[in-house]
Design a protein around this ligand. Structure first.
Ligand code: SF4
Length: 202
């Protein structure tokens, strides 16, 4: 795909209204992507603050994710080096049971195979939470986010499963101290090596 066609695909995503009837605040697709970024952050869906600002991970979840990755905001938002492609591009609204609704399924079904087919390889995918892990580790998840993240070393050099960095997930982090002791240092080292070597092959 040419650069112009990739730009058109991004423009089509940003103009998307497929599930307008299900989005309480309307469509506002939030995505950061380029054909030069081999590090791809794949989360769940924008929260309210991300919807309001149009900036991915522009919230406390993003602060924790940047800390895990060892990145400042300028590097994190450098689209030439880092793509941010959640499972749902639009804010799905509040879940009456607490937290936000899951990402709209129409999003991955319509867009994800098309955009990931155009991204460079090899790549390093950070698969955050159950929805991103189900898509990027199709058939290879372990039945829970904790079990999948714990098995991170099985997934080879191109994908690292992560828990959601949301403040709502503090209980999970407290119950699973091995994550910050074992996985976060590996994540930081892999990200630092990628940035050091970019734009060459990983
Ligand atoms: S969530 Fe995805 S499919 Fe739905 S309107 Fe937004 S971009 Fe389109």
């Amino acid at each position: 795909m040419s650069a112009a066609r990739f730009d058109r695909l991004l423009a089509d995503i940003r103009a998307c209204r497929i599930c307008v009837d299900y989005l309480p605040l309307g469509p506002n697709p939030v995505i950061q992507a380029s054909r030069t970024a081999r590090l791809i952050i794949c989360g769940q869906a924008p929260g309210l603050r991300v919807h309001q600002t149009g900036i991915p991970f522009n919230d406390p979840s993003g602060d924790r994710l940047r800390d895990w990755m060892g990145l400042d905001r300028a590097t994190f938002y450098d689209a030439a080096r880092i793509s941010i492609i959640p499972m749902g591009f639009c804010y799905p609204g509040r879940d009456p049971r607490g937290g936000d609704m899951p990402p709209r399924p129409e999003c991955a079904a319509h867009w994800h195979d098309r955009i990931f087919a155009q991204l460079p390889n090899p790549r390093l995918v950070l698969a955050i939470g159950q929805y991103a892990q189900a898509y990027h580790l199709a058939g290879r998840t372990k039945g829970s986010v904790a079990a999948t993240v714990r098995a991170w070393a099985e997934y080879g050099p191109d994908i690292i499963p992560l828990p959601h960095p949301s403040p709502r997930n503090m209980g999970w982090l407290r119950r699973n101290p091995w994550f910050e002791a074992e996985v976060v240092p590996v994540l930081r080292a892999r990200v630092a090596a990628y940035l050091r070597d970019w734009p060459s092959q990983m």
